[in-house]
Design a protein around this ligand. Structure first.
Ligand SMILES: Nc1ncnc2c1ncn2[C@@H]1O[C@H](COP(=O)(O)OP(=O)(O)OP(=O)(O)O)[C@@H](O)[C@H]1O
Ligand SMILES: [Mg+2]
Length: 640
């Protein structure tokens, strides 16, 4: 038996030598690490720190408590699962009175009860509130950015994907970082307590630990990278599937999908997306499964639970350690194993968080192109002249020019009509005037200054506009008209709805302008007809005190009588306002001081109604065609 006993110094020397080689190899590996690896570690740190700093600023108590609770949790588990067992075994081994063991057990269980009570109270009363506060702050930050980013970002699918990602992942990632730090702290506490026990009892165990930890860490890193790549590939396909879901549940599409066979295309698209998703999952699954097996079985279970236990049994059999040490080492090595196993799962999570946070930061850090200059000037109170000079525009560099060499001067209080066929570029011109996009060539001036020189908010404040694709919000009629959350000015709203031809409908509503629009969130809400909705959008324009009114297809959903009322309102209300309106109904354009006929991005004809009729060109042709239709439909009086 003695021949088996190896003096401690004998096995410690080769062990130290082995550790030195590992350390040397480790340094070599680190030295040869590419710059991009270092960069990616830096980025991971920066991204996680970005969220952690944010959370600490908003809710420092939550962040600190998260750490404290994790330390206590790790320590409590060590005390309950290892220390208590060791103390009881010692009692038996050293023949201490039985009551000692009862005291130990009692003390640990009182501590456990206190701990669970405190933790559960914190969880129920504080943690959720703190989390909601963090989510709210982050979402408001995202909303503010979403409101400011260039509209052109919506046209860029790559950016739009990041945008959608930022919106949907922000809350998860805040929670992710805080939880990961909590887990890390817990694992470190577990490793520290059980590691200290192993080191003070038998140092060699650290070699098993080091090998298992390093291999498992890199394996998990690879698994996370593959999962992330899979998510990136899945995102656009899922977005397409989300769109199909929306089509089936949104009210907007309910009629069309019932009355047509478009559902067949949607079913088809859904099946295609499903196939694509299956392909993406299949492509990555084989590697992920293999790596997960290696990680969970070989690098953790086999090395630490298998080889290490064989080793300590061997050490016991040769008398190097006692049986008591063996029991305690067995338990603490399992703890260390779970702690390190946890660590190999937790550390790469910082990398995974980082990849998502990177997109969030990219979105938040996006450099807005259409913004006010530092020395921006305020728009004067008096309405000024809009001067569109040699303007050309393409939605992006590799797309064709939609507007070419446009020259229009709009003096204060003039009524300007812009007409032309679908896709001619009319709405695009309005987008440029409102500075939703910047011109590609030429210049738009307001009151003698380039519109880029003005403070953007004050410049846009100058306009009251109703878009072709106006939107109604799930809010009261008053809020939909004021477009704010302020106390309604009853008289002003009454005036606006009268001019918008919505007063009659409003009188029939029990709750008047406090009626909620759409029934999505309110059973007492109402759904308006297309024309009524347009009248609410027009009332908005009449409510706003601004010098310039822009109406893109204001009468597209109106019946001829309502259209006549609208024309009357525009003439009355906009006497002392500049009005720019786009209309396909040429009956509306007759009252304009000047009409611009846009054809394929250029001004083909301009003049007042009489001049253009006399010219007998495209405008006259369009007008006569519509006049014929009105006569056929016996509503010729609507044309006036
Ligand atoms: N965001 C966009 N990105 C790229 N192209 C666009 C975008 N918006 C519009 N277009 C293109 O610009 C052209 C002009 O569109 P615009 O909306 O200005 O036409 P319009 O004259 O208002 O037509 P309509 O009478 O149908 O409203 C169209 O060919 C359209 O496809
Ligand atoms: Mg349009």
């Amino acid at each position: 038996m003695l021949a088996w006993r190896i003096p401690k110094v004998h096995y410690r020397v080769p062990c130290k030598f082995f550790i030195a080689i590992c350390a040397f190899r480790g340094v070599e590996v680190i030295m040869t690490k590419t710059k991009s690896d270092v960069k990616s570690i830096k980025k991971t740190w920066e991204n996680n720190w970005f969220i952690y700093k944010f959370a600490f600023k908003i809710s420092p108590i939550y962040v600190i408590m998260n750490i404290i609770f994790s330390v206590v949790q790790g320590t409590m588990m060590f005390v309950e699962h290892i220390l208590l067992i060791k103390l009881i075994l010692d009692c038996i081994q050293y023949k201490r009175p039985f009551i000692y063991a009862v005291y130990y057990i009692g003390a640990v269980f009182v501590l456990m009860a206190l701990w669970i009570l405190v933790y559960k109270s914190y969880d129920a009363f504080y943690k959720r509130k703190a989390q909601e506060k963090l989510f709210k702050e982050m979402n408001f930050r995202i909303y503010r950015k979403a409101m400011e980013i260039d509209i052109s970002c919506y046209d860029n699918p790559e950016y739009y994907n990041d945008f959608v990602w930022a919106m949907s992942e922000a809350s998860n990632r805040i929670d992710g970082v805080i939880r990961t730090v909590g887990w890390l702290t817990w694992q470190i506490t577990t490793i520290f307590c059980s590691g200290l026990f192993v080191v003070t009892t038998n140092l060699t165990g650290l070699i098993f630990v080091a090998v298992s930890f390093t291999t498992s860490y890199y394996c998990n890193k690879k698994i996370n990278k593959l999962s992330y790549e899979r998510d990136v590939e899945l995102r656009p396909i899922q977005r397409k599937r989300d769109y199909i879901n929306r089509v089936f549940y949104l009210n907007d599409f309910a009629k069309e999908i019932r009355l047509s066979d478009i559902k067949n295309k949607l079913y088809n698209d859904y099946s295609d997306s499903n196939e694509d998703i299956k392909k993406v999952i299949k492509a990555k699954s084989r590697k992920i499964t293999l790596l997960s097996f290696l990680n969970d079985y070989f690098f953790n279970t086999f090395i630490l639970n298998g080889l290490y236990i064989v080793y300590i049994i061997y050490m016991t059999s040769i008398g190097a350690i006692s049986s008591g040490d063996m029991a305690a080492l067995f338990l603490s090595s399992r703890k260390l194993n779970s702690g390190l196993g946890g660590l190999t799962h937790v550390l790469p999570r910082f990398g995974q968080n980082s990849m998502y946070i990177d997109k969030l930061r990219k979105f938040l850090d996006y450099d807005i192109k259409i913004k006010s200059k530092v020395d921006a000037i305020q728009v004067p109170r008096e309405t000024g002249t809009i001067d569109i000079k040699n303007v050309s525009f393409a939605y992006s560099e590799n797309q064709p020019f939609i507007l070419k060499d446009i020259n229009i001067t709009i003096k204060p209080n003039e009524k300007i009509a812009i007409v032309g066929q679908n896709g001619a570029g009319k709405t695009t011109l309005i987008n440029l005037i409102l500075r939703l996009y910047d011109v590609s060539g030429g210049q738009i001036k307001y009151n003698g200054f380039d519109i880029k020189d003005y403070d953007l908010k004050s410049y846009r404040q100058n306009f009251a506009s109703a878009f072709q694709d106006y939107q109604i919000f799930a809010a009261t009629i008053a809020q939909n008209i004021i477009m704010d959350n302020v106390e309604p000015d009853v008289q002003k709203i009454a005036d606006a709805v009268k001019k918008g031809d919505f007063a009659e409908k409003l009188r029939c509503l029990k709750n008047g302008f406090e009626t909620v629009l759409t029934r999505e969130f309110d059973d007492n809400g109402i759904d308006l007809s297309g024309g009524e909705t347009q009248k609410v959008a027009l009332s908005r324009v009449f409510y706003k005190d601004s010098g310039i009114v822009i109406l893109d297809e204001p009468s597209s959903a109106l019946d001829p009588i309502s259209e006549a009322h609208l024309n009357q309102s525009i003439i009355e209300v906009a006497k002392d306002k500049t009005v720019i309106f786009i209309s396909h109904r040429l009956s509306t354009t007759r009252m304009a001081d000047r009409i611009y006929f846009i054809d394929n991005g250029v001004i083909a004809e301009q003049g007042n109604h009489e001049q253009l009729m006399e010219l007998n060109g495209k405008y006259a042709y369009m007008f006569n065609l519509q006049a014929e239709k009105y006569k056929d439909g016996q509503v010729a009086e609507a044309i006036g």
